[in-house]
Design a protein around this ligand. Structure first.
Ligand SMILES: NC(=O)c1ccc[n+]([C@@H]2O[C@H](COP(=O)([O-])OP(=O)(O)OC[C@H]3O[C@@H](n4cnc5c(N)ncnc54)[C@H](OP(=O)(O)O)[C@@H]3O)[C@@H](O)[C@H]2O)c1
Length: 388
């Protein structure tokens, strides 16, 4: 295999670091052409010295001088700011752009990548959720490919290969249920930040860990699946599977169900996307069936985890509804992490923001960016007024 050229957006985060571990595991198979981060100059500089990419992008311009000083005399192109993150995706020779940015901040970079006809390996689910109505037309025009990195969508992608597109009945996304699966709803108001950040099966960035505790993450994944697999929301099901061994399943029209299993390790779906269409030997996620716990399944409790219920509704409504859901969630999670609101306020903030919003059913990019902006203002106001 000729070495693949990679551009990694969000290289300093959990997925970005795991991607670089996959690169380390396969010497000679990948060349890191560019790395981008928000503000973690120290780690970005360490990564630069290890991988010697030709370009670096730092979105937080207030840290530009720190990066310039740290790399004085080095032959590396430095780019700064939000617009440059978008331009970065056009970097001259790249096989795969990996978007591992957190939040809707990754939207324009994802769109630009596919507009250029480039292959996008996407962990940044928020960009698919918000930009959902825009991707089909661009993909039709440019024939760009989107390769999922989210473990659930990677599992669906792999399982779906067992049948034809028109034979697919349902996709079944599994969810661990998060740390509060068995906690009575009456105790949710007392949940602390530390408890919410203690996920039972996955080690991830802070925002997705909170999303996993409210099940907003599962909701985002439902909306992501609609976009990635071009299926109606009615074909996306969620089942709670606390052991996180089955990463998702596909049900075909003959009722056969095909699943993908492994130990929970994001390096496995990352490897699958980077090596696709090949599979390679991997030290990540191997299973010993004789040592597995019992695998169990249950229905999600949509009353206890209302964020998932709201997400199903947004997936069905489409248009700007998913962008509003996402923006309100991002603002509320940030406020919860700063200990300004309670755990239960996160879902309340999403709910009330959606109620206050006029959804545009066939939005263009302007409508989506506007919905994102407006929903943030509404959510901030709700939080400021302590209405959620
Ligand atoms: N972690 C997982 O296991 C996992 C699994 C499935 C899907 N995902 C998805 O993958 C994405 C990344 O998650 P993560 O857990 O890796 O997050 P994370 O650990 O918080 O890392 C986020 C990365 O994005 C960068 N970033 C933050 N704000 C940015 C902005 N405004 N513009 C550009 N870059 C920005 C950060 O840079 P700094 O470090 O400089 O702040 C960091 O490199 C999310 O969409 C998440 O839902 C994650």
């Amino acid at each position: 295999m000729v070495a693949k050229n990679l551009l990694i957006l969000g290289s300093t985060g959990s997925i970005g670091k795991s991607t670089l571990e996959v690169v380390d595991q396969h010497p000679g198979k990948f060349v890191v052409r560019g790395l981008a981060a928000f503000s973690n100059v120290e780690l970005l500089v360490q990564q630069y010295h290890k991988y010697k990419p030709e370009a670096l992008c730092l979105v937080n311009e207030s840290k530009a001088d720190d990066l310039k000083a740290a790399l004085k005399g080095e032959e590396v192109k430095l780019m700064f700011g939000e617009q440059e993150l978008i331009n970065f995706t056009q970097f001259y020779y790249v096989d795969i752009v990996i978007n591992a940015v957190v939040g809707a901040a990754g939207l324009l970079a994802s769109l630009e990548t596919v507009k250029q006809g480039r292959t996008l390996a996407v962990a940044n689910k928020e960009s698919l959720v918000c930009g959902g109505p825009l991707f089909p037309e661009i993909l039709k025009k440019t024939k760009a490919k989107i390769l999922p990195i989210d473990s659930e969508h990677s599992a669906i992608w792999q399982s779906a290969l067992a049948g034809k597109e028109n034979e697919l009945k349902n996709v079944i996304i599994t969810a661990s249920g998060g740390p509060f699966r068995t906690l009575p709803k009456e105790q949710f108001r007392q949940i602390t930040k530390a408890q919410a950040l203690d996920h039972p099966t996955w080690k991830m960035g802070q925002k997705i860990t909170i999303d996993s505790a409210t099940l907003a993450n599962k909701g985002l994944e439902v909306m992501e699946a609609v976009v990635l697999f071009n299926i109606p929301a009615s074909k996306v099901k969620v089942v709670i599977h606390p052991q996180s061994i089955i990463h998702s399943m596909v049900e075909f029209n003959d009722s056969s169900v095909i699943a993908q299993l492994s130990n929970p390790d994001m390096k496995l779906p990352i490897s699958y996307a980077l090596f696709w269409p090949d599979r390679v030997e991997s030290p990540f996620g191997a299973l010993d069936f004789t040592k597995l716990p019992d695998l169990s399944f249950e229905e999600p409790d949509l009353d206890k985890f209302k964020a998932l219920k709201l997400a199903f509704e947004c997936a069905k409504t489409g248009g700007t509804a998913p962008a509003v859901f996402n923006a309100a969630n991002e603002v509320a999670v940030d406020a919860f992490l700063k200990e300004k609101i309670r755990f239960t306020d996160i879902t309340r903030c999403i709910d009330e923001s959606l109620q206050k919003f006029n959804i545009v059913s066939a939005p263009n990019l302007f409508d989506i960016l506007n919905a994102d902006k407006e929903a943030r203002l509404i959510a901030e106001e709700l939080i400021g007024n302590q209405k959620c």
